[in-house]
Design a protein around this ligand. Sequence first.
Ligand SMILES: [Zn+2]
Length: 142
Amino acid sequence: MSGCIFCSIIRNEVKSVKVFENDKVLVIMDKQPITNGHMLVLPKRHAELLTELDDEYVGEMFKAAKRVAKALKGSKLRSGGVNYLLADGAEAGQEVYHAHLHVIPRYRNDGFYLHMPSKYENETRIEDLEKAAGKIRSKLQG
Ligand SMILES: [Zn+2]
């Protein structure tokens, strides 16, 4: 798609630092890393959201993420754990509208936090979980 920075990177029109590539995905280093070694897994087909992407690309994204995370753990880069982060939509924090999966090396005191709302501490009643699940189940397709 024209005007999409990730499509431009995939077409080699914009420089990037590549880590892994196959016919479905490209893994590059994030230019604004949260921690050293932060990578982005890009599907080689333009889709704004993960939910708009063909399943074969979704599968390849997660396979590639697992592969580079394993390599990361075996590397000399600092990584006590990894966050796989995908922001699907503006309200989820998406900033580039070409689906992408962050692979973020994590370690103690790395300065990155997932802030939970205060109500997170409270367990939700089974009846309320059933209500929410029912609404989702009624829209499941295929
Ligand atoms: Zn794109």
